[in-house]
Design a protein around this ligand. Structure first.
Ligand code: HSE
Length: 411
């Protein structure tokens, strides 16, 4: 019998208990022995809870129980979840989690702790919700040198942008819907301002760099709060959509870079098919070429699917050290200033801006004019053929002063 505990009975934690109950026979067949949730730790009381006899408010019921070998941490955040994760790993209990904030912040320490206690710390659900991406990157694509990963990896913002674009819902209503559906973080600022996506891309980047830790806080990040219906109208004119993209570039002969920001993306690009809560992650490897992962990036049962997959993996590798390459703090910086990165962007400006003005403030930058979608303005697409970097985009738009309205990057 494999005994597990669930820490935190929120959206994902309750999903974990339900998936295990729903697929009990299938899981036992996979493991070769039955599996059960022995304890669920939460300080709250829940009405009409089918798992009420498993609930405890006493952490010792989990951490001092030698029968419990795997702990699913679905509390979220980096405070109590951090303490509990360390306590579980120190006791030799494997921990699986959907907690991207904790992995992104303390991944190095927690993986090393798991290693020294002969247990595992797994986090498949931390990126892409139910989509398998951590294990495929780490294992199935291990034969490749990965040069790029680009993804729509925040379900809440993708849901909001899709509702704004397809239905014309306003931002606040779309956010409320995402919260009701259980997609958003407790504090949705983390979603809207791109912090959730940047934690996730940092996790993927650390795996691609074979464990060299990428600190998410240094990644240039812009959220979706400034995206307007006018931007969406331009995207439609260009047969494109607006998506919050998280991109990590790992070119062979140039520096690593990462960014999280809203981008215009062509409808012809496979990534753009991910609408609503769906996520899509495109990976480029030097043997496989391009491969894409697609599925539900948030939500109770989809995320629980990934957590339970990790529970099985941890149970099958009981008493062995981590099988994700443990992360470490590299001596050299692993990410470089994004201002040197090439960028293509649409800028919206007042109609008095002439081609000559564009050429003078963006010297050497290739561009084309886009008919204004909105009265009283025109658009320019700047930086085709890798002719502009982020620094030039910033300085040129600043130089335009009041004539500049807004800019959005193009993928
Ligand atoms: N708030 C996250 C999202 C949950 O919207 O993608 C899944 O990580």
């Amino acid at each position: 019998m494999v005994n597990i505990a669930v820490l935190g009975f929120g959206v994902v934690g309750s999903g974990v208990a339900e998936v295990i109950a729903m697929n009990e026979k299938q899981l036992a067949a996979h493991l070769g022995e039955p599996i059960r949730v022995k304890k669920i730790l939460d300080i709250r009381d829940f009405e009409n809870n089918p798992f009420s006899e498993l609930m405890t408010k006493n952490a010792d019921d989990v951490f001092l129980d030698p029968e419990i070998s795997v702990v699913a941490e679905t509390i979220g955040g980096a405070q109590i979840a951090y303490e509990f994760t360390k306590r579980a790993l120190s006791a030799g209990k494997s921990v699986v989690t959907s907690n991207k904030e904790l992995v992104a912040k303390h991944g190095v320490e927690l993986m090393q702790l798991a290693l020294s206690n002969h247990c595992t710390y797994l986090f498949e659900a931390s990126v892409g919700g139910g989509i398998p991406i951590i294990r495929p990157l780490h294992r199935c694509l291990a034969a490749n040198r990965i040069s790029k990963v680009a993804g729509i990896i925040n379900g809440t913002t993708n849901y909001i942008l899709t509702q704004m674009s397809e239905i014309g819902t306003d931002f606040a209503d779309a956010l409320r819907e995402a919260q009701q559906k259980g997609y958003a973080e407790q504090n949705p600022t983390a979603d809207i301002e791109g912090h959730d996506a940047r934690r996730k891309i940092a996790i993927l980047a650390s795996i691609i760099l074979n464990g060299a830790y990428v600190d998410n806080t240094v990644i240039h990040t812009e959220g979706i709060s400034s995206v307007t219906q006018e931007d969406i109208a331009y995207a439609k004119r260009l047969d494109s959509k607006i998506k919050l993209l998280a991109i990590f570039r790992h070119p062979e002969k140039a520096r690593n870079s990462a960014i999280v920001a809203p981008h215009i993306i062509s409808r012809q690009d496979p990534l753009s098919v991910a609408d609503g809560v769906f996520n899509a992650i495109a990976v480029r490897g030097n043997a496989i070429g391009d491969v894409m992962f697609y599925g539900q990036g948030a939500g109770k049962m989809a995320t629980a699917s990934a957590v339970v997959g990790d529970i099985l993996d941890a149970a099958l590798h009981h008493d062995r050290s981590a099988h994700i390459t443990p992360w470490y703090n590299a001596e050299e910086p692993v990410l470089y200033d994004h201002s040197d990165s090439f960028v293509k962007a649409l800028i919206r400006v007042k109609p008095s801006v002439t081609d000559r003005r564009i050429e003078s403030v963006f010297p050497g930058v290739l561009y084309e004019r886009v008919d204004g979608v909105v009265d009283g303005e025109v658009g320019f697409i700047l930086g085709t053929d890798r002719s502009m970097n982020e620094k030039t985009l910033l300085s040129g738009t600043a130089e335009l002063g009041d004539l500049f309205i807004s800019r959005i990057r193009i993928y």
